[in-house]
Design a protein around this ligand. Structure first.
Ligand code: ADP
Ligand code: MG
Length: 249
């Protein structure tokens, strides 16, 4: 599904991602771990096109995408939830999801301002699609509440709902569990398991190794911008290089 070959990106002469090669198979859940500053978020931004690579190739579903802008890659079927993403304040949960959908259907400002019949039909379709996404992440009962009043765990679920509305084949989640505890963490884990059971391919950045081991088919470890281990979670966790770079402190 995804093939990354020799991708590098530096900032001010310092590599954030250095000569990274990585493939992700259809239906796989791939965990990305590594210390702070290892280049995990940068790698995600290179995959989605929010950052340009200095070198290397990225192919997605057989298309060379490394020169495409983010919206073109999104249209091919990748969707990202950024690290520490925020919900829109002053909007309900459903409106938060609908905002993303407006961009996709082209039910734009002009038809809204003119109150065209097409606009009203599109609004109904969008509301229905938003409701079904909220249902999928267990937020149906919260649809009419102000989004910024949701507990943090449900704000994460809301971001997932927004990402799912794009009907991605590949979902990139950047530390979705950060700040979540106990029951909230557990609910997120179950959600990821459900998405995986539905056949979605997932790249998951996570610093809690136990948590990601439970969810991932495979772990990739980044350190100083480079892949230092890649394989089954049990093997990777026992790798001396990994222990030294990451788990040992
Ligand atoms: P991680 O997500 O693994 O914590 P990041 O990808 O955010 O790491 O950062 C990797 C390195 O690249 C860090 O040293 C960080 O300071 C640097 N970096 C990331 N983004 C930028 C940027 N936009 N400008 C300058 N340096 C950056
Ligand atoms: Mg990060």
């Amino acid at each position: 599904m995804l093939a990354i070959t020799g991708v590098s990106r530096s900032f001010g002469g310092v590599y954030a991602v250095r000569d990274v090669s990585l493939t992700v198979a259809d239906g796989e859940v791939c965990g990305i771990i590594g210390p702070n500053g290892a280049g995990k978020s940068t790698l995600f931004n290179l995959i989605t096109g929010h950052l340009a690579a200095d070198r290397g190739e990225i192919s997605f579903l057989g298309h060379r995408v490394d020169r495409l802008p983010p919206h073109r890659r999104a249209r091919l079927g990748m969707s990202i939830v950024f690290q520490a993403a925020r919900v829109f304040r002053g909007m309900t949960v459903r409106e938060n999801v609908m905002v993303g959908l407006h961009g996709r259907t082209g039910a734009g400002f002009v038809s809204a301002a003119l109150r065209l019949p097409r606009h009203r039909r599109d609004e109904r379709l969008i509301a229905a699609e938003a409701s079904s996404a909220l249902e999928r992440v267990g937020l149906a009962d919260w649809a009419s509440r102000p989004a910024d009043r949701l507990p943090i765990g449900q704000q994460r679920a809301l971001q997932l709902a927004r990402a799912l509305c794009a009907r991605p084949r590949l979902l990139l989640l950047d530390e979705p569990a950060s700040g979540l505890r106990g029951e909230e963490r557990e609910r997120l884990a179950v959600l990821v398991e459900e998405l995986r059971a539905g056949g979605l391919t997932i790249l998951l950045i996570e610093h809690d190794v136990a948590f990601v081991t439970r969810l991932a088919d495979r772990l990739v470890v980044l350190d100083l911008g480079q892949v230092i281990a890649d394989g089954p979670p049990a093997e990777v966790r026992a790798d001396p290089l990994v222990l030294a770079a990451y788990l040992g402190h």
